[in-house]
Design a protein around this ligand. Sequence first.
Ligand code: NAD
Length: 487
Amino acid sequence: MTTPVYQNFIHGQFVPNQSKETFAVKNPATDEVIYHVEVADESIQEKAIASAREGFTAWSAMAPIERSRILNKAVYLLRERNDELAKIEVLDTGKPIQEADCVDIQTGADVIEYFAGLAPTQVGTQQPVANDFFYTRKEPLGICAGIGAWNYPLQIACWKSGPALAAGNVLIFKPSEETPLGAIKLAEIFIEAGMPAGVFNVVQGAAEVGQWLTTHTEIEKVSFTGEVGTGKKVMQSAASNLKDVTMELGGKSPLIVFDDADITEAVSAAMLGNFYTQGEICTNCTRVYVHKSVYTQFINQLKARTEANIIAGDPLDPNVNLGALISKKHQDLVLGYIEKGKAEGATLLTGGHALSPESAPNGYFVAPTIFTDCTEDMTIVKEEIFGPVMSVLVFEDEADVIARANNTELGLGAGVFSQNIQRAHRVIHQLKAGICWINSYGNSPAEMPVGGYKQSGIGRENGIETLNSYTQTKSVYVGMSQIESPF
Ligand code: NAD
């Protein structure tokens, strides 16, 4: 059976490359190639830049309210096509349709809608100085680049394009080579919504295409989502022409469950924060610190609910709530971490192996895995695994658990469960993380800024400040009196 071949999406249309080089994309739940994609070779790269230049001239000259209308039309189309787009995300990522159906497209659309609303609110300032005055203008940066990870492909494309385009920039977006289709669908929707050609181009490929984006001198900013190690490389290349950068990187986030916590709620949060999207979420609370006095109650409930309620299988089945990991390579990596956990002395509470569900026997599944008796020197507690693997640790003292929670180079998320509001806020204020939750975990509305402390990132996505990060301030001094010149 022949599979479709997708070309790069440049200037409002599919454009063939010259090298004829393609790569294959597999469905993680079946191990079958579902389509091929042409790599953005030099000819495509040149076209993408020429198109973006033209797109910027048209888009930046438009009134913000006009840009806002087009973005809102795209939001409407995204929501209208939710089911079709959700299915694309399931086939590309292996995540359950019950998630993609209500999260991926909708949270992407929410963010574009939010920034579409903010687009016309961008204002400068005016200030008198002696007899003269100056004013400031918020101007777009120009051509920006977005580089995405594979866990929320379409959502990431929306989260990067929303603020970039609302502020009047154009974006060249490179999705992950594992999940390239969602971004193309977004590009088609933008064109259908009336966006000028060249405002949102999609280039396809792996690291080399990413490197080209990060070194090109006409690109003013790179917004990157991916691993810490790749983020460092991106930042290094971006320094070549002092590009602005936003870095959304990995995490090893703590969840602290105090003795007065609602245990059922805390278990729900720990399960959501480790097993949703089969554990492939950057903010996951993979280090769960439980107070000694509620430890037994917590792990008994955690084990029982994990063993009773997780349904792995064909991700297109609406009853399935645990999908396949992104690739065989990633499945092996996660299983390797599990073996390290066992070898380094953690106790396996449940899981700890690959799964081969009847409805998807060839998929890259890993059973939801919980380790107890974990200590901070174990590899599974130190490194981001990006799979369904939870480490549970015990604590007794508040100051001690804060120090242990902060003892990491990463600082993306953190959570606290406690019914004592003073303690909950006191603790959360001391945790070195950018995205924090009290008696909740994982919610990320468009209005709330998200991003990492320490090596988990630079800059923010979502929230008002993100729009500013896609603008530069121009100061205009206006002389109202005669120039005092010594010449
Ligand atoms: P990755 O770093 O391997 O790849 C990310 C993207 O970078 C891909 O598009 C890839 O092709 C590209 N790339 C690879 N090498 C490059 C280079 N040298 N220059 C430029 N681009 C390059 O990450 P991944 O495996 O796709 O995603 C998983 C990681 O992403 C995890 O660490 C996860 O925590 C992180 N993540 C973070 C957030 C967040 O918002 N903080 C969200 C999702 C995922």
